[in-house]
Design a protein around this ligand. Structure first.
Ligand code: GLU
Length: 319
């Protein structure tokens, strides 16, 4: 099967419309995240998908313009900012291996003396947030993250959803425990509540599939923002962030996602999944119902269908 080109926008639109139609008819939709009260109220019957090719206009279907909570997908953008700021020294404080444990697990952290396995599990992202606070307040860091997302998606309307942030702040005991533990091990410098104020707000940024697909596009384009030509990360760093997405981006189902889809991905408990198709496009699918590992049930199915129809898996087309 030939690999579908993004210049064939008519065929791509048909593929997305077809996926959205089939998904609308599916009765098994997963379950919305319950542990963040504000996310538990989101309507399960929503699905959107958007493709941002590196060399052409957006293509989308379903609820691709609806805002949702990006949650852990924000970890891609906070990692990008931290790499811009401190470069490779970041890797002294956080590893680069898949964890094989749930995203909020504390067990491994104790064995490994407060050095989280990777920047995409919660303790790793909390360390990245701490790095961002080395030279600014948590309000400034939130503004810098918002500025990055706005610049990349060329949309100044992107904001933190204050009610989701407040909901996380109120119920975030587990993340507090992770942060305090890392502080006790000497791997967290700023006060725990400052770090969590940044971390909870970054997770509560609300974006649509279309905005998020544009924001991820630099990773498909060797670190450059295709809209402006600006370098967001060096090509080598962009490749490394993408490698981490492949190995660690879908919780403890990252192996399963690679097996079924074969694209670097970052998933969030708001039901979004950002996938990078290197050299081709950035793609976001969203549906709020999650499977048992915390990945969107229907967005995962959408990506399986997308790679089948386009041949975009980095491991080659299916037939
Ligand atoms: N804010 C969520 C938490 O810290 C993020 C979880 C996720 O999307 O993986 O629990």
């Amino acid at each position: 099967m030939p690999i579908l080109k993004t210049t064939d926008s008519e065929r791509l639109q048909e593929v997305l419309d077809d996926i959205a139609d089939r998904i609308a008819g599916m009765s098994e939709r997963g379950k919305v995240a319950q542990y963040i009260p504000e996310l538990a109220t989101v309507d399960l019957n929503q699905f959107g998908i958007a493709i941002a090719p590196i060399d052409g206009p957006l293509i989308s279907a379903g609820d691709a313009g609806t805002l949702f909570s990006i949650q852990s997908i924000s970890k891609v953008f906070s990692l990008t900012l931290a790499l811009q700021q401190v470069g490779a020294s970041l890797w002294q404080r956080v590893g680069r291996e898949p964890s094989g444990d749930p995203f909020n697990s504390i067990v491994q952290l104790e064995h490994e003396r407060g050095i989280p396995r990777n920047p995409f599990i919660n303790p790793g992202a909390i360390i990245v947030a701490d790095v961002l606070l080395e030279d600014r307040s948590s309000d400034e860091a939130v503004n810098d993250l918002l500025a990055l997302c706005r610049e990349l998606s060329d949309d100044n309307s992107i904001e933190v959803d204050a009610s989701v942030a407040e909901s996380e702040m109120r119920t975030g005991s587990r993340n507090r425990a992770l942060a305090h533990f890392m502080q006790a091990e000497g791997n967290l410098n700023a006060p725990v509540e400052d770090v969590l104020s940044l971390y909870f707000r970054q997770c509560s940024i609300a974006m649509s599939c279309e905005q998020l697909a544009l924001a991820g596009r630099f990773l498909a384009a060797a670190g450059q923002n295709p809209a402006t030509g600006a370098t967001v990360l060096s090509a080598q760093r962009a490749r490394r962030v993408t490698a981490l997405m492949m190995m660690c981006g879908s919780y403890d189902a990252s192996g399963e996602f690679a097996f079924r889809v074969g694209l670097p991905a970052k998933s969030g408990v708001g039901g979004g999944i950002l996938c990078i198709v290197p050299g081709i496009a950035s793609v976001v699918a969203w549906s709020p119902g999650l499977d048992q590992k915390g990945n969107s049930h229907l967005a995962s199915i959408a990506f399986q269908e997308l790679v089948r129809a386009t041949g975009w898996s980095i491991f080659g087309p299916s037939t």
